[in-house]
Design a protein around this ligand. Structure first.
Ligand code: ATP
Length: 316
């Protein structure tokens, strides 16, 4: 079975009890979150052999995250505890149109202190796939840690995937555009939305965007399109394409309850399929099915489906 390593942040999402501006929210639900954590848990629920490298504070929120990840069957070996920094927190507010805004408490928190070299070359050689996210690149030393991991992974046979998850409220010291491009240069596979790529300075539809990205080095680009499903482009260098390939999948029609984390769910499904040797068309179909299932229940991480649930969903 292919071994997958996901690296990056996990944090506590505080979800409001009602829509409206943050200042008027009375109470919040505490949920484990963070895009890389959602991908790692998504893969674990799909029975993939996945490890998660992250760092949390030696505090009560860190305890909660460690327990949550362990309950999902993820090994705690690469879940570091930091006695000198706190766990990252994100307060969410829901706009009238259900758009989400985030207020991050992320200054010098534990996950920003992940350090290069924690996963050594011998350990890294055991992984077939390494997934990283742009959010680790917004501060140091996590930026160095994740760039170093991806650079070394590319020197092995491992596939490196990258999500340029744009969160404009997170970018201060470093530029999102520059960090996203750094990620594109490190990756074999990029999963993005058209909005992420436009924020990074690219223009055009999904097909144009994917082709522009491949000029930076990736051989495969997966573009998610919300309720319209997803699009993929691969050059002849991709292990799943003998020649330049373009695939679309229209997605599944569902009554969404909460679309938060749908992109992370898609990433987990697509990585699971591609790492198991499935063709690009099946990676899109499976990724869309995992993501659509996730939208039918509340909570980004809690709603992630098992492989059995995805199978049942697709049969229906
Ligand atoms: P998020 O930021 O909320 O995690 P995203 O913006 O990264 O999501 P989207 O393109 O909105 O990503 O959604 C990812 C995938 O989720 C889509 O490709 C699709 O498969 C599924 N999806 C999202 N919204 C819907 C919907 N309304 N109905 C069915 N499927 C959906």
């Amino acid at each position: 079975m292919p071994r997958i390593l996901v690296a990056g942040e996990t944090l506590i999402d505080f979800i409001p009890d009602a829509p409206g501006p943050l200042a008027s929210v009375d109470s919040f639900d505490k949920r484990a979150g963070g895009a890389p954590a959602n991908v790692a848990v998504g893969l674990a629920r799909l029975d993939a052999d996945v490890d998660f490298w992250t760092r949390v504070g030696d505090d009560a929120f860190g305890d909660f995250l460690v327990e949550t990840l362990a309950d999902e069957g993820l090994s705690g070996e690469l879940v570091e505890r930091d006695s000198e920094a706190q766990t990252t927190l994100a307060f969410v507010s829901l706009g009238e149109d259900a758009d989400r805004e985030f207020s991050f408490y992320h200054d010098r928190t534990a996950d920003t202190r992940m350090e290069p070299g924690t996963v050594d070359d011998d350990e890294l050689a055991d992984y077939d796939w390494v997934h990283v996210d742009v959010l680790s690149l917004d501060t140091e030393p996590s930026r160095d840690a994740v760039v170093d991991l991806a650079e070394r992974a590319r020197m092995t046979d491992s596939i490196v995937s990258f999500d340029p998850n744009s969160r404009p409220e997170r970018w201060g010291e470093f530029s999102y555009v520059e960090a996203a491009k750094q990620g594109f240069r490190l990756a074999d596979v990029v999963k993005a939305t058209p909005e992420d790529l436009r924020e990074a300075g690219f223009e055009g539809d999904a097909a144009d965007l994917a082709r522009q990205l491949c000029e930076f080095g990736p051989h495969t680009v997966l573009v998610t399109l919300g309720d319209e499903g997803s699009y993929a482009y691969a050059t002849a260098d991709a292990p799943w394409a003998d020649e330049e390939t373009e695939v679309t999948h229209d997605g599944y029609s569902v009554d969404p309850v909460d679309t938060t984390g749908a992109g992370d769910a898609f990433t987990a499904g697509a990585i699971a399929a591609l790492s198991e040797g499935e063709p690009l068309s099946e990676a899109l179909a499976f990724g869309n099915a995992v993501a659509a299932t996730t939208t039918t229940a509340g909570g980004a991480m809690t709603a992630l489906p098992t492989r059995e649930a995805v199978r049942t969903f697709r049969e229906q």
